[in-house]
Design a protein around this ligand. Sequence first.
Ligand SMILES: Cc1ncc(COP(=O)(O)O)c(C=O)c1O
Length: 367
Amino acid sequence: MTVVNESFMSPRIQNLQPYQPGEQPKVGGLVKLNTNENPYPPSPQVIDAIAEVAAKSLKLYPDPESDQLCDTIAAYHGVPREQVFVGNGSDEVLAHAFCAFFQHDHAKLLFPDVTYNFYSVYCRLFGIEAELVPLDTNLCIDVAAFSAAAQANTPIAGIVVSNPNAPTGESLSLDTVRDLLALNPQRVVLVDEAYVDFGGQSAVSLVQQYPNLLIVQTLSKSRSLAGLRVGFAIGQPALISALNRVKNSFNSFPLGCLAQAGAVAAFDDKAYFEQTRQAVMATRERLAQGLAGLGFEVLPSKANFLFVRHPQHNAAQLASRLREARILVRHFRQERVAQYLRISIGTDQQATYLVKVLEHLLGQQDA
Ligand SMILES: Cc1ncc(COP(=O)(O)O)c(C=O)c1O
């Protein structure tokens, strides 16, 4: 039972609605397509690296700077070491970025009305005013609407986009990212690339050119390491030192030694990464076809999930019927997308099973 006694709380916390993650079931035997995890295990090299460090180094504090991991990420992305920052999952990196860059008096932070829900939560946590910029009628990011919002709210606190966007799966071109960067060169544009390895186009190549660009990525999705909690940011040194200032004022040791070693090994095993991400993308296309065959509208996705709706069936009901059939998918109550389901990409076998179960449910009258 949760006891709520707000009188002890700081005023801002009294009204804070926390982020609600998708269900992590306490029982086995469910087909879990609700939190965009990777269906494949991490590289065996990750497990070996973690086991080795566990045997050797657990009694010691980890490297507070995660130097080996930052060097590895820098080499992988072809940027200097001082342009890399790591954190305990990209959620923590995002939180530090919101704290470091977006708390400007009388200025609003712009992000899409349909996007990763944590952005709104961080705004409330840090007292940042948000301006929700509507996606267009196809649920795509609308640069003209961002431009209008930036002009109406000058000066802005910054811009955040997820690319590919969550939960829609839309991938932005580099030109679109450039357009957003140009809207206010004095403020940071954060591009959250949590899903970029599944076919999107990373804006890392723009970092040297744009001092206001911060890229955030994670090892939770394409590297099958959601449980290890490793995320990182890439940006010019001024942005990275601001993130370090926040991090070192909050927690000097955000990444344990197991996370650091496992993450390095994940980057080192390029063949495994390539094999598993290709498998996820291939299943995504198969599942998209299977769902379209059942009459679902399937938004084009470059992520490890599909955002779909059925013109004749209520999404909330479908989600709960799937739950009864032991398949978890994600349904958001937000009005604009309440008729959609977000379905994470599992294995081919899980995709076949899902389509079969949905075929059965759609054939029943009340689904
Ligand atoms: C768009 C987006 N950004 C960031 C995250 C956070 O990922 P993590 O904290 O696991 O790195 C998620 C998780 O689902 C996400 O969807």
